[in-house]
Design a protein around this ligand. Structure first.
Ligand code: COA
Length: 260
């Protein structure tokens, strides 16, 4: 055990498990948690043993119950602007060059929901509760809870969620596409690890380029996106792993991907 609010375990199967552990505050994101999570993501980016990451919250009650509201209470608008000018944990997750899966249980509110939105795939167990609750405290989502949310579930659902500030349960989150997997209570981490393992067997080059290409689809017109996709395909084609994958298929054997 460690009292660090962010822990990382690197498993033999190439999956890194990141645990947020600030249970007395339902894993709310304060300055320290955000910084340590960014440090973890940076270290995992550089670590060739790691092919896929899974992010989850410790304890029975929450993935993350939001940004730490007590930090908001202590800041002026100008101080909050200075915070926003610094690198942000949500962007660090989105820019992480490997797939990252959020395994969500319990409260997933405000900045917690935005953290899950910044991941690539979301798994929820039956206890998961999502909301963009900022409107309840006279604010609005400020880290993707209008932008990434609208791109994931469409503007109508995003508006409904952010304008009411109401919690939606796991079943509804799954129905509207806010999460990609819904599992029974307590199964979220196992399911995320299973999905991660199904990704981790492939070339890290392919994993990285697919993430880059799909993210670009959110930002570019179709014609520009297709151009980029073609270039990224050619990058994969020219990689050692691309050559190895094609060769292994013709030789009827399993490919041995090295990440180059
Ligand atoms: N920021 C700071 N502290 C938070 C927090 C947050 N976002 N969410 C929970 N906590 C703290 C509580 O203040 C409490 O601390 P305390 O024991 O020192 O008083 C502790 O976590 C446990 O929370 P508590 O409210 O007692 O649990 P609960 O089960 O009664 O209620 C929630 C759970 C999630 C409904 C409630 O904590 C809540 O509404 N939190 C704020 C959620 C939110 O609006 N998030 C978005 C912020 S933009």
């Amino acid at each position: 055990m460690s009292d660090a609010p962010v822990r990382v375990e690197i498993r033999d199967d190439g999956i890194a498990v990141i645990t947020l552990d600030r249970q007395d505050k339902l894993n709310a994101l304060n300055e320290e948690v955000r910084q340590r999570l960014m440090d973890a993501v940076d270290a995992l980016s550089e670590d060739d043993r790691v092919r896929v990451a899974v992010l989850h919250g410790a304890g029975d009650k929450a993935f993350v119950a939001g940004a730490d509201i007590s930090e908001f209470a202590a800041r002026t608008a100008n101080e909050q602007r200075q915070v926003y000018l610094r690198r942000r944990v949500y962007d660090a997750l989105a820019a992480f060059p490997k797939p990252i899966i959020a395994a969500v249980h319990g409260y997933c509110l405000g900045g917690g929901s935005e953290l899950a939105l910044a991941c690539d795939v979301r798994v929820a167990d039956a206890t998961a509760r999502f909301s963009q609750a900022e409107i309840r405290i006279g604010l609005i989502p400020g880290a993707g809870g209008t932008q990434r949310l609208a791109r994931l579930v469409g503007p109508g659902q995003a508006l409904r969620i952010a304008l009411t500030g109401e919690m939606i349960d796991a079943e509804e989150a799954w129905r509207i596409g806010l999460v990609e997997f819904l599992v029974e209570e307590g199964q979220h981490l196992d399911k995320a690890l299973e999905v991660a393992a199904r990704m981790a067997r492939w070339s890290p080059v392919s994993l990285r380029l697919i993430k880059q290409s799909v993210q670009a689809a959110m930002e570019t017109p179709l014609s520009a996106g297709l151009e980029l996709e073609k270039e990224l395909f050619l990058a994969a084609f020219g990689s050692e792993d691309g050559q190895e994958g094609v060769k292994a298929f013709t030789e009827k054997r399993k490919p041995d991907f090295k990440g180059r």
